[in-house]
Design a protein around this ligand. Sequence first.
Ligand code: ADP
Ligand code: MG
Length: 212
Amino acid sequence: MTLNTDWAVRWIKGSAAVVSEHRVELITLDREIGDGDHGENLDRGFSAVLPKLDDLPADATPGDALKLVATTLISTVGGAAGPLYGTAYLKAAGAVAGHAELDGEAVVAMLTAARDGIVLRGKAEAGDKTMVDAWTPAVDAASSALADGLGEAAILDAAATAAEAGARATEPLVARKGRASYLGERAIGHRDPGAQSSALLLRVAADAAAGV
Ligand code: ADP
Ligand code: MG
């Protein structure tokens, strides 16, 4: 499946659906090591994106669709995750600006820019028990998949699989950023909600590319 604007729109609609389906799970994870609003925040943000998709012009690019997500999340999602995800989508949009379709290199550039945006904004490093722990393995896996000559859908699949493993791998960690960092060792044994939501969103990107 070509990674054109239809793909981007399916990714965004699928993201809204998945965030809504996993709302309670994300709330529960955030209740364990944060303040319990992560699922609510993301659900509100992605729900607000949906009606705006109809306003995208016929010649909109995937980058235009991602930029719409960015501006909507920044204005509707509070907390840490709103600005972090907003920056991720904004940087991702910038990395693919002008492309009508994304090839493998563009996919890797998009994911890398998203991760770099999150790091720029939140200053978290790998192992700090944040969404970066899903994004960095995703970027690394996507880069390896590109180097191995895989196509766009397989690159996104590799990124999603690595993000899922990265999210699971936050469980034994102590948090060094965000609200969970106030808990010290009490955060051990709990999965980071932002890493989990990142893995969910990347899986939807891969599914949309695979035509699922
Ligand atoms: P808040 O913490 O303000 O309630 P959310 O609950 O929506 O915001 O989001 C929490 C998630 O944000 C965490 O699970 C973590 O993944 C992510 N996060 C928090 N601080 C940072 C940071 N400095 N860098 C990267 N991600 C962060
Ligand atoms: Mg929270």
